[in-house]
Structures are given as C-alpha cells and as structure tokens.
Design a protein around this ligand. Structure first.
Ligand code: ADP
Length: 219
C-alpha cells in the first residue's frame, strides 16, 4: 500500500505511522525524521534545513522534494510506503504525483488525522521524544515515562524537540492551516481522503486507522 498521513503537528502522526507501518509491512518515511537525522550528522542538507525547522517554517521544496524522492527510491519502498510529513504543500503533492506516475503506481489512501487545536498545543508542549527512535514518544503529564528523562521502551535519553516551544508551535499550526491543509482538498478531488479522529488512546487511534484504511481499500 502507498499511504500519505496528514494532520496538524501534535496529531500523533509519528506515533501512528510507526504502528501502521509495522501492521502493513511497509516502511515509515518521515521527512521530519530525515531532516533531524541530517542535522545530527551535520550534513549540508541538515545545515540548510535547520533554520527553517527551528522557526517552524517549511524547508524549501528544492531541498525537501529531492530528499523525499531519494528515500522513496530505496529498495524497501518499491512495493509501498507510509509517508509522514510529506507532501506538506500543494507543490510537493504535485511533485509526488509526477514521481508516482513515472513509476506507474498510485496512492491508495490519504489518512487525515483530526484533532482540536487546544489539544494539539497541550500535546506538543509536554512532548518528550527518545533520542534513539522518534516513535518512542512520551508526555510530561499524560504519558509519563517510569523514570523521568528515560525512555521506557529502550532506555534512551528523552528530550524536547527544538521546535516544540510554544511560540514555534503557533507558527507550525499557522503553516499547517495555510500550506498543508490545502493538500486535503487536492487529494479529496482524487477521492483518496479518509478522515479519522486522533483523540483517545494510541491503540484506539491505530485501530480506527486500520479499520478506515481497510474500508477505503474495499470501497
Ligand atoms: P510535526 O508534524 O510534528 O510538526 P515533523 O517532524 O513532521 O513535525 O516536521 C518538523 C519540521 O520539519 C517542520 O516544521 C518543517 O520545518 C520540516 N519538514 C518536515 N517535512 C517537511 C516537508 N515535507 N516540507 C518542508 N518542511 C518539512
């Protein structure tokens, strides 16, 4: 399956993507994770991306589209993938359509995670992420790790992302509304959008997502 995941920052895309990718046996491709890996390795691409990310703005398409394309060309993504954080504007969605067309393949679904804005701000402000794996996510209030600062899953160090400050979160939400939300209409016109609520327990949301994808596959 080829799936695109959309939703505001804090919707739980990364968390859900990890579970869904495993359930569906497809790779989880997160442009945010790819950028963060480049930043921690000190690559040129990382240097180009950093200032945009810290400001909550989108990294320019010239950089992002090439990086996404390279990742999708890896052998593990030939038969399917779950895209998390890409495309993030209509230009990227059009570029993705061209890539898929060149390969003679199509998207199966665009899964839209819905969550109210006040919830998003609460979730992100307390978010703590494991240095070893961004899918190991905790929350300072709602999902505390057993030991403060330590990942329950693998013992890694928990940290707060540089772009998770309240001010940057507001910019990221604004960017989401103005630049990313329009891709939902773009994909709706292709009949691909499945919307689910991202409220509730992580396992409940995963179950909802799997049911919605199954239904869209049959329908
Ligand atoms: P979230 O969805 O939780 O805000 P991500 O990890 O997906 O976080 O992305 C973090 C940042 O990485 C974004 O705010 C943006 O600066 C950059 N980024 C990720 N994906 C893209 C993309 N497709 N286009 C441009 N910038 C991106």
């Amino acid at each position: 399956m080829r799936i695109v995941l959309v939703g505001p920052p804090g919707a739980g895309k990364g968390t859900q993507a990890a579970y869904l990718a495993e359930n569906l046996s497809i790779p989880h491709i997160s442009t945010g994770d790819l950028f963060r890996a480049n930043i921690s390795q000190g690559t040129d691409l990382g240097k180009q991306a950093r200032a945009y990310m810290d400001a909550g703005q989108l990294v320019p398409d010239e950089v992002t589209i090439g990086m996404a394309k390279d990742r999708m060309a890896q052998p593990d993504a030939v038969n399917g993938f779950l895209l998390d954080g890409f495309p993030r504007n209509v230009g990227q969605a059009e570029a993705l359509d061209v890539m898929l067309k060149d390969e003679g393949v199509k998207l199966d679904a665009v899964l839209d995670l819905e969550v109210p804005e006040d919830e998003v701000v609460k979730r992100i402000a307390g978010r703590r992420i494991c240095r070893n794996d961004s899918a190991h996510v905790f929350h300072a209030t709602y999902n505390k790790p057993k030991t403060e600062g330590v990942c329950d899953t693998c013992g890694g160090e928990l940290y707060q992302r540089d772009d998770d400050s309240e001010e940057t979160v507001r910019t990221r939400l604004e960017v989401y509304h103005t630049q990313t939300e329009p891709i939902i209409d773009y994909y709706r016109a292709q009949g691909l959008v499945v919307t689910i609520s991202a409220l509730g327990k992580v396992t409940e949301v995963t179950a909802r997502a799997m049911a919605a994808l199954k239904q869209s596959d049959e329908g």
